[in-house]
Design a protein around this ligand. Sequence first.
Ligand code: GN1
Ligand code: MG
Length: 366
Amino acid sequence: MENQNKIIEKFDVKGTVETVKPLGNGLINDTFVVRTAEADAPDYVLQRINHHIFTDVDTLMDNIDAVTSHIRRKLEAAGEDDIDRKVLTFVKLKDGSGKNFYYDADNDAYWRIMVFIPNAKTVEAVTPESSRDCGRAFGHFQSMLVDIDRDLKESIPDFHNMEFRLKQLNDAIAADPVGRVKEVEEELKEINARAEEMVKAEKLHREGKLPKRICHCDTKVNNMMFDADGNVLCVIDLDTVMPSYIFSDYGDFLRTGANNAAEDEADLSKVSFNMDIFKAFTEGYLASAGQFLLPVEVENLPYAAALFPYMQAVRFLTDYINGDTYYKIKSPDHNLTRTRSQLALLKSVEANTPAMREFIAEKMAK
Ligand code: GN1
Ligand code: MG
């Protein structure tokens, strides 16, 4: 608490700090809620950023600043009320540097503070209803950022670049550091058969046909804040906000949200793509993003639904071949099980592709 008070002092917060207590159960950053004594001073959220995962904190926090200030200006111009609950507010340092994070060199730690949004909650359950809200909220988020005038960098370079992920796989195969390549011939066959199709986004981008836009890149139902009446206030967890194809926000939600099983389910008969979740999420997404999306983006939404299980299979298999250096594992073959599970989901997505196309065409015709 003493150390945290010293950190909080660096920031331009209002009021007197009364208590600092752990908040939530995030797996990546350490989060605390800071209560202030005065009724007219806001409470705050204090976070230590995990710079082992997010190694480029400067870019990450610059992206967050660009995005939150742009959305704030939009909401102001639209005459919205209650803006402090509709966009996250990051507190600047007192030192006049304009920075929105503090580096504590003694402890090699990065800290940030945002204003606590009162009377708001998150939900965990993926239902058609929460998925529709989620599609709408993330489509709205993207739509507010289509005209952003600041240059954002990728805080994790090539995060969702399929060509790069395949190169990592091929490098792993060439090195074969723990002799596992011979065990995974079947999986490699499945991956290679689709490689050409799956790098389509990078090709379209090089041809100038597919833009990168500002995306959230961690689209999940529990990354939305709701008010007491169940209306979405804003999206949260902005650590991965960066330029990407809109496929990132669309496809990665469906990979987790529309899987009838867990991403590492070993019983492949349980793994399948949930069309009810797909429909609800897509309906919400098109309602808020349909206006700005290019035909090439809409046409390729089913491709995005396939791309993410495929990409995740490639990443898990790469890690398996490399001897499990990236993802935490619970058994020696965990990454192989995950790979197989993601490939099973991919096949179910492929089987549902005609139905997906039909649904999207219907929605766009309206
Ligand atoms: C990692 O740990 P988590 O769930 O926040 C990974 C994602 C993967 C996901 C697969 C920075 O995210 O890209 O899709 O695992 N995040 C990073 O479970 O690599
Ligand atoms: Mg997250």
